[in-house]
Design a protein around this ligand. Structure first.
Ligand code: KIV
Ligand code: ZN
Length: 514
C-alpha cells in the first residue's frame, strides 16, 4: 500500500471560519501564495456565495495561483454552484466543492428534507456542477454520524453524477481512528463505482483526534486529506496540515505515502497564518510551536549535545525553523533590506517597501539586534495596515504606581486626524478608552487582549492580539512594536478596521460628532 496523498488546504475557507479569523483579499492572496510555496495540491479559497468579499477573494486567488487547483465551496443549490463556478473558472485548474448533510439528525433538523430528497439533491447538484467544471468534489456533511447503507447510496449517486472526489467529513469531531478508518474501508469496498473517485478525509479536532483520524483514513484508502495551517478552524479546529505532512514523512516506514509538501516552508506558513489571523500558536503545538524543538531538562540537553537524534525525530531546519539569522543593523541599506524581504518571501509594492524601510530604520535605532522574526512582525504589521481607514498617528501614555494613568492618542480616520486624552484603570485601559472616544463602537466588546514577545531580550518587539465581538461577529487585530502600548493601540485599531469592514460601513459615519 503506497501512493501520493493530495493535500487539500482549507485554511482560507474552514480555517477562516474560526472566530475572529476572517481575512481580507490581500491577506488571502498572501496566504495562497505561501500555500503554493508549501506545495499543497488544492487550495479551497472560500465560500463564494457567502459574501461579495469572499467571491472577490476566491476569484483573485484563482487568477493568481500558478500551480495549485483552486476550489470554492457551494451548498447543493444551483445558485451556490453557479456562484462558485463564476469565482473559480479563471483558475488554471478550477474545482467546485459541493456538499449536503447526510446524517439523520442534520437531514431532519437542519435541512428538513427526507433521505430521498437529499439523494435527489445530490444527483442534481453534482450533475449541474459537473456540467460546468471537470473537477467536482462532493462532501457528505456529518458523514461519521450517517447510516452506512445510506452513505453508500449517496456516494454511488454522487460518483455517477460526475463527482471526481468524494469527501467523508467528521464534521463534529466525533470519530476515533478505528471508526473513521473502518468507515472508509466499508464505503470503498461496498460502493460499486468507488474506483472512479478519489476518497478524501476532512477531520475536526473536537476530541483532539483530527490528525490521528486523518492518518487512519489514509491507511484505509483515502488519497486526499483536507487540513489547515496551524489546525485553525471551527471550534477546536481542523486537522493541522503540518502535522499530517510531517507524520507521513517521519513515519514513512509504517505509512509509505508521499505528499508534495515542501517541509522547509512549514514554519513560514505557520507564522504567516498566525500573524494575519491573530490566532497565536500554542507553545507546545507539534511541529510549529515555540517549544516544539526546545530541550529543557539536563538529561535531554546532555543527550542532544552527544547526538541530536537521541531526543529529536526531525530537525528544526527540516520544517524551516532555526534558519533564523542575526541579520540587519542600523547601517543596513535599502538593498540589504530588499534582499532580506525576498528571502522571507515578501513582494512589496514601492510604497509598501518605502514605509517598511522607514519602520525598519526606526526599529534599528530602538533595538540592537534585528532578527528575521522582527522583520516578519514589522512587515506584517505595515502591510496589514496599508488599506486601513483608521490609523494610529501618535501615542503618549502616562503610567506608573501613583496614577492616574492617562493616554493621549491621535488617530487618523479616513485621513482626518483627531486627538483624545482619556484617563483609565491602567495604561491599556486608558489607551483603549481613547480609541473608543475617537471612534465610538459601544456595541463591541473586547474578548481578548494578549501580548507576546517576538524575540528574546528586554528590547524585543511586543506582538499584541486583540479580539473584538459585536452582534455575533468576531474580529482579531494584531500589532507589533518595541513599545507594548504602541503595539496595543495598533492591534486594537487593526481589529476595529476589520469590524468596520464587516459592518460594511464607512469609519467616518461612526465618528463622534462635536
Ligand atoms: O466539516 C465539514 O463537514 C465541512 C464540509 C462543508 C466539507 O467543512
Ligand atoms: Zn469542516
Amino acid at each position: 500500500m503506497t501512493g501520493r496523498i493530495r493535500i487539500f488546504d482549507t485554511t482560507l475557507r474552514d480555517g477562516e471560519q474560526s472566530p475572529g479569523c476572517s481575512m481580507n483579499l490581500e491577506e488571502k492572496l498572501r496566504v495562497a501564495a505561501q500555500l503554493e510555496a508549501l506545495g499543497v495540491d488544492i487550495i479551497e479559497a472560500g465560500f463564494a456565495i457567502a459574501s461579495e468579499g469572499d467571491f472577490a477573494a476566491i476569484r483573485e486567488v484563482a487568477r493568481q495561483c500558478e500551480r495549485a487547483t483552486v476550489a470554492s465551496l457551494a451548498r447543493a443549490s444551483i445558485g451556490d454552484i453557479d456562484r462558485a463556478w463564476a469565482a473559480v473558472k479563471g483558475a488554471r485548474s478550477p474545482r467546485i466543492h459541493t456538499f449536503i448533510a447526510t446524517s439523520p439528525l442534520h437531514m431532519r433538523v437542519k435541512l428538513n428534507l427526507s433521505p430521498e430528497a437529499v439523494l435527489d439533491a445530490i444527483q442534481g447538484s453534482v450533475a449541474h456542477a459537473r456540467n460546468l467544471c471537470p473537477d467536482v468534489e462532493w462532501s457528505a456533511e456529518d458523514a461519521t454520524r450517517t447510516d452506512p447503507d445510506f452513505l453508500c447510496r449517496a456516494v454511488e449517486i454522487a460518483i455517477r453524477a460526475g463527482a471526481t472526489t468524494i469527501n467523508l467529513p467528521d464534521t463534529v469531531g466525533y470519530a476515533t481512528p478505528e471508526t473513521y478508518g473502518a468507515m472508509f474501508r466499508d464505503i470503498i469496498s461496498r460502493v460499486p463505482n468507488a474506483g472512479e473517485a478519489v476518497f478524501s478525509t476532512h477531520c475536526h479536532n473536537d476530541l483532539g483526534l483530527a490528525v490521528a483520524n486523518t492518518l487512519a483514513a489514509i491507511m484505509a484508502g483515502a488519497r486526499q486529506v483536507e487540513a489547515t495551517v496551524n489546525g485553525i478552524g471551527e471550534r477546536a479546529g481542523n486537522a493541522a496540515v503540518e502535522e499530517i505532512a510531517m507524520a507521513l514523512h517521519v513515519r514513512r516506514d509504517v505509512m509509505p505515502f508521499t505528499t508534495g509538501v515542501n517541509a522547509g516552508e512549514i514554519t513560514r506558513a505557520s507564522r504567516m497564518v498566525s500573524g494575519i489571523t491573530g490566532m497565536a500558536v500554542q507553545a507546545n503545538k507539534a511541529i510549529v510551536g515555540a517549544n516544539a524543538f526546545a530541550h529543557e531538562s539536563g538529561i535531554h540537553q546532555d543527550g542532544m549535545i552527544k547526538d541530536a537524534s537521541t531526543y529529536e525525530i526531525m530537525t528544526p531546519a527540516s520544517v524551516g525553523q532555526g534558519a533564523t539569522n542575526l541579520i540587519l543593523g542600523k547601517h543596513s541599506g535599502r538593498a540589504a533590506f530588499r534582499q532580506k524581504l525576498d528571502e522571507l518571501g515578501y513582494a512589496l509594492s514601492d510604497n509598501e517597501f518605502g514605509d517598511a524601510f522607514k519602520r525598519f530604520k526606526d526599529l534599528a535605532d530602538a533595538k540592537k539586534a534585528i532578527w528575521d522574526e522582527d522583520i516578519v512582525a514589522l512587515v506584517d504589521d505595515e502591510v496589514l495596515r496599508g488599506h486601513d481607514a483608521i490609523k494610529v498617528v501618535e501615542v503618549e501614555v502616562y503610567c506608573g504606581s501613583t496614577g492616574p494613568q492617562r493616554a493621549i492618542l491621535t488617530l487618523s480616520v479616513d485621513g482626518v486626524e483627531t486627538t483624545a486624552a482619556v484617563r483609565g484603570n491602567g495604561p491599556v485601559d486608558a489607551l483603549f478608552a481613547a480609541i473608543r472616544k475617537i471612534v465610538p463602537h459601544d456595541a463591541a466588546t473586547l474578548q481578548l487582549y494578549q501580548v507576546h514577545a517576538v524575540t528574546q531580550g528586554t528590547d524585543a518587539q511586543a506582538e499584541v492580539s486583540v479580539m473584538l465581538a459585536e452582534a455575533g461577529r468576531t474580529v482579531r487585530g494584531t500589532g507589533a512594536d518595541v513599545d507594548t502600548l504602541v503595539a496595543s493601540a495598533r492591534a486594537y485599531v487593526n481589529a476595529l478596521n476589520k469590524l468596520m469592514v464587516k459592518r460594511g460601513r464607512s469609519a467616518l459615519g461612526e465618528m463622534a460628532t462635536g
